[in-house]
Design a protein around this ligand. Structure first.
Ligand code: CTP
Length: 429
């Protein structure tokens, strides 16, 4: 329908980016075809300069597909149609951008101009394998436009950047390159690796952070890339490759993957597996990708942690967790080192959220880890053996005393002094 609508206006429509790459990789076992995110580019030849051909086309499609939601990003002349939780389509996101026409020497349906418009659009992209287009309108519908050798690179399994300044303009492309390399089992082509080193050594990313220039868009993209990498099954290899390339410096100039962090990350995997099999913490854990990221950030000196988390636009909870982690570590290590009493362990650890406790578990000694475990498995769900109603029946008047009594009963229960309601009533009488 999109190509019919474009065709009716005399426009050209192309499928571009990752969807073309994934279609071409369809028979490759390393790729699972997932067309959840489709990028279209429409070339409207200046005919709707105010609105943008992409926006106009998206509006028409939304009229046809009324179960979709339309989002318009005016400044970039792009629109998106979103089908959310549609029973048949699950979740489908179609971006419709207007081909950049500013480099046109003159507006016309001249084939040269026509080719230069989509070529220009593809040239501003990241890697050759992502810079191919499939023409969806006639004439030549179904034709693959591959100006930069994307197909050859797909076949020879190479990640090749399109232009030398690409990583300087957008350092998150380093993360994208690594993600594609590991996901598809491709190699980062030698020149591309050199450009990555050059961008990192030039400290371009670092400077923007240090000088506190506001770069929220860059950080939003970096966070999105980190999330994609850290939640993928191949996160470990991707992280190692990022480290080899020195690209973890994009998080902070002191960030690298030393043995200690690797150990903590591996330990986290073990703990999550055990936790999954044997018990549920009372409070839900943060998503795994976020715990991994917080482990990385918590490997930095304490004074950098919350700033890095803020830059990455992590939630307030995450920022606070990282801000208070050092103090928590000191307190937990000091208090738990010599203590075995369940009620003391309970009272200390209940002050902390599950994310902090998980970070503590991977960072502490085996002995402390065992106590955190004990708390999670055996203590966290323990309730006082009596309730407020029981106390009323026993003649107590509701008030602050209730809390004191119930706390007292909880401590006695945790420490194994009472085990039944009868014993609880006896203790109070
Ligand atoms: N792109 C780019 N530079 C970026 C991000 C995106 O050039 N920093 C371009 C690439 O051509 C990419 C397209 O925009 O193919 C769409 O980006 P996106 O949807 O984020 O990625 P995909 O390539 O579709 O990959 P994925 O399979 O991970 O969604």
């Amino acid at each position: 329908r999109a190509s019919q609508a474009a065709q009716a206006r005399g426009w050209h429509l192309y499928l571009v980016g990752g969807a073309v790459r994934d279609l071409l990789l369809e028979n490759d076992p390393s790729n699972q075809l997932m067309l959840h995110d489709i990028d279209l580019v429409v070339d409207g030849f200046h005919q709707s300069a105010d609105v943008g051909a992409g926006v106009e086309l998206a509006r028409e499609l939304q009229q046809i597909y009324q179960n979709s939601r339309l989002e318009i990003h005016g400044a970039f002349q792009t629109a998106a149609l979103l089908w959310h939780k549609d029973p048949e389509l699950d979740c489908l996101w179609v971006d419709i951008a207007t081909a950049r026409t500013e480099f046109y020497p003159y507006p016309a349906a001249n084939p040269e101009v026509e080719a230069s418009s989509i070529r220009q659009d593809l040239y501003r992209r990241d890697f050759t394998i992502n810079a191919m287009a499939l023409r969806l309108t006639s004439p030549h519908g179904g034709e693959l436009l591959d100006f930069f050798g994307g197909l050859i690179d797909l076949r020879s399994r190479k990640i090749r950047v399109l232009h030398p300044n690409s990583f300087i303009e957008d350092p998150t492309r380093i993360y994208r390159g690594v993600r594609f390399a590991i996901r598809f089992g491709f190699a980062i082509e030698q020149r591309t690796a050199e450009y990555i080193h050059y961008a990192i050594n030039s400290g371009v990313y670092d400077r923007t952070v240090q000088e506190n220039i506001k770069t929220p868009a860059l950080h939003t993209r970096l966070k999105a890339e980190l999330k994609l990498i850290l939640q993928a099954p191949y996160w470990q290899s991707a992280l190692k490759l990022l480290d080899q390339l020195g690209a973890l410096q994009c998080i902070h100039y002191t960030c690298n993957l030393n043995y200690g962090i690797l150990r903590e990350l591996v330990l986290l995997e073990k703990l999550l597996k055990i936790q999954d099999r044997f018990w549920q913490p009372a409070q839900q854990l943060p998503p795994t990708w976020l715990i991994r990221l917080e482990i990385l950030i918590s490997s930095l000196e304490p004074e950098y942690r919350s700033k890095v988390a803020e830059n990455l636009q992590l939630s307030e909870t995450s920022v606070n967790r990282l801000k208070k982690l050092e103090a928590a570590q000191v307190e937990i290590n000091r208090e738990l080192a010599t203590c075995e009493l369940a009620s003391v362990i309970f009272n200390l650890l209940q002050k902390y959220d599950s994310g902090t406790l998980m970070l503590m578990a991977v960072k502490s000694s085996r002995e402390i880890r065992r106590k955190i475990w004990y708390y999670w498995r055996d203590l966290v769900h323990v309730q006082p053996l009596l309730k407020g109603d029981d106390l009323k029946k026993m003649g107590y008047k509701p008030g602050p005393i209730f809390k004191q009594i119930l706390d007292h009963l909880l401590i006695a229960t945790l420490d194994g002094k009472i085990k039944t309601r009868t014993q609880a009533i006896e203790l109070l009488t």
